[in-house]
Design a protein around this ligand. Structure first.
Ligand code: DX5
Ligand code: ZN
Length: 216
């Protein structure tokens, strides 16, 4: 498959959110990446349900919602109602991950699992056939604009092998520090979805940058 691009709204201009959503609508981007941080799981607070609803009102592409929150089971229905199409929870935040994944799917959303840089992809072996997506954090979660961690390539290769041997259909999404210098190697190694915040929104021409990130 051709790789997908998911610009991260975290780096958008919140005073001009409709303008930035419409830029993504018109661009070659595939999904909206929406980062939710609670100040507990990660040392930052991003935004909540009213902002997701405002994005959903204008977005013409799926909302890929990345929950960096403790105990996400409390809010699965609320994220569905706010407009999430894909809901990703962190492995490190879910003691009953299998139950959480089933609950997300029962609500009619695609289900993803995110892993922090220190978390081994091998820990996903018993859940990999139940999920639609693995989000590999390529920075420590909490902030946009951080430096890409090189060990990510190794994790992608291992994950691809696990996906192949289990006949899982999970997509591999890379989140953090993706730029015009590393995106091609990430795709070559096996990434299916690339999140890009700073690279898109700090560029002089975000639409063109999205287009550049789509080039194979
Ligand atoms: C980080 C978030 C990322 C972030 C990526 O905790 O999960 O989605 O927005 O931003 P960049 O692409 O700037 O590293
Ligand atoms: Zn994210």
């Amino acid at each position: 498959m051709n790789h997908l691009i998911a610009p991260s709204i975290l780096s958008a201009d919140f005073a001009n959110i409709q303008r930035d959503v419409e830029m993504i609508n018109k661009s070659e981007a595939d999904w909206f990446h929406v980062d939710i941080m609670d100040g507990m799981f990660v040392p930052n607070i991003s935004f909540g349900f009213p902002v997701i609803k405002a994005i959903k009102k204008h977005a013409t592409k799926p909302l890929d919602v990345h929950l960096m929150i403790v105990d996400p089971d409390r809010y699965l229905q609320t994220f569905k109602d706010a407009g999430a199409d894909i809901l990703t929870v962190h492995y490190e935040a879910c003691p009953h991950l299998h139950r959480t994944i089933q609950a997300i799917k029962a609500l009619g959303m695609k289900a993803g699992v995110a892993i922090n840089p220190h978390t081994s992809v091998n820990l996903l072996i018993d859940i990999i056939t139940d999920i639609d997506l693995v989000l590999v954090m390529s920075v420590n979660p909490g902030f946009g604009g951080q430096k890409f961690i090189e060990n990510t390539y190794h994790k992608i290769a291992l994950l691809q092998e696990i996906i192949r041997t289990t006949k899982s259909e999970a997509l591999i999404e890379i989140d953090g520090g993706v730029d015009l210098k590393n995106y091609a190697k990430l795709v070559d190694t096996g990434a299916n979805v690339l999140v890009a915040g700073n690279t898109v929104f700090s560029s002089p021409d975000p639409t063109q940058t999205i287009s550049d990130l789509k080039k194979i």
